[in-house]
Design a protein around this ligand. Structure first.
Ligand code: PEP
Ligand code: MG
Length: 315
């Protein structure tokens, strides 16, 4: 009943004093896109394209990919769609792209690093995205995962722009990219923080190990520091800095991220109504106070408790 009431509010994400924070859906297929587009979301902030090809034995053709991307763009027509290029590797192996013999796949050839081993796979995907853009007249935002250096961001941006991509970005999910966010941002139009992997790599903790869940929390102050630094770097140059890991679906974290200056939050579509309400219940200044309370702590549970205590009463 409370959920039904929350779902009635379809307004764009914003603080009580009108500071916008886009609320977006994470998707993995065109079917997801069509379901999410029926909800009150402002688009998709993370289209995990590797999900399309988890079963494929051979590399998908340019034509097949273009058709799927076109369908996804049309589902959100008039709204933003951030397409992430293949993040094969580690927990998401693709038969045609992943190295079978890696001892440390999370630290191996994954994400944009595929350009070193199977460059044609990366190029074909960008060509297909260019085709989908030309066919639909809708321009996707396109970002690469697992970027660690400014030169990787520069090379990816050049390759994407060569295919006509207008908005090029990279994910910030490796601590080196967060620490050097100004240099990364200089190469691209936007960045999006992958909180799952940023926490995994900052805390040296496998994201799939339940026994370590407390270590990998986004509430770890070291992770929050990297998010804060990235957000600040974006504000300094006026470029969008989103968060697209699962943490964006926690309404308390969403308020913290808003206070840190994050410009969009992408999550499971079902999480959007509660996040919209939490963000809307705070002015930007109040959200900044919630963020400051969390950042002042040394341990993750204390950071979350301090944020909760600083929320506007009733949220
Ligand atoms: C992340 O790492 O937070 C992210 C959004 O990407 P994925 O979960 O697909 O690795
Ligand atoms: Mg990731």
């Amino acid at each position: 009943e409370g959920a039904a009431r929350l779902a009635e509010d379809t307004s764009p994400g914003a603080t009580a004093d009108g500071h916008p924070v886009q609320l977006l859906a994470n998707i993995g297929t065109p079917e997801d896109a069509e379901r999410a587009a029926a909800q009150a979301v402002e688009g998709s902030g993370l289209f995990r394209t590797e999900v399309l090809f988890l079963e494929a034995q051979t590399a998908p053709t340019r034509e097949d990919q273009a058709a799927v991307y076109a369908r996804t763009l049309r589902a959100f027509e008039g709204r933003k769609v951030v397409v992430r290029t293949l993040d094969a590797g580690a927990d998401k192996p693709l038969k045609f792209a992943t190295q079978p013999d890696e001892e440390n796949p999370a630290l191996g050839v994954r994400g944009y690093r595929l350009v070193r081993t199977v460059p044609d796979v990366v190029t074909t995907q960008l060509e297909a995205l260019g085709d989908a853009q030309r066919e639909t007249g809708i321009a996707p935002w396109v970002m690469a995962p697992m970027i660690a250096t400014p030169s990787e961001a520069r090379d990816f941006a050049a390759a994407a722009r060569a295919q006509g991509v207008e908005k090029v970005g990279v994910m910030v999910e490796v601590p080196s990219a967060a620490l050097r966010a100004p240099a990364i941002l200089a190469e691209v139009d936007f960045v999006s923080i992958g909180s799952n992997d940023l926490a995994q790599y900052t805390m040296a903790t496998d994201r799939l190990r339940g026994e370590l869940a407390d270590l990998i929390s986004m509430w770890q102050p070291a992770v929050l520091d990297l998010v804060a630094a990235t957000a600040r770097a974006g504000q300094d140059v006026g470029k969008p800095v989103g968060v697209c890991g699962e943490s964006a679906s926690d309404p308390v974290m969403a308020v913290v991220l808003t206070g840190l200056g994050i410009t969009s939050l992408s999550m499971a579509a079902s999480a959007v109504p509660a996040v919209r309400f939490a963000v809307k219940s705070h002015t930007l200044e109040q959200a900044q106070a919630v963020a400051a309370a969390a950042l002042a702590c040394d341990e993750a549970p204390d950071a979350r408790a301090a944020a909760v205590a600083a929320l506007v009463p009733g949220v």
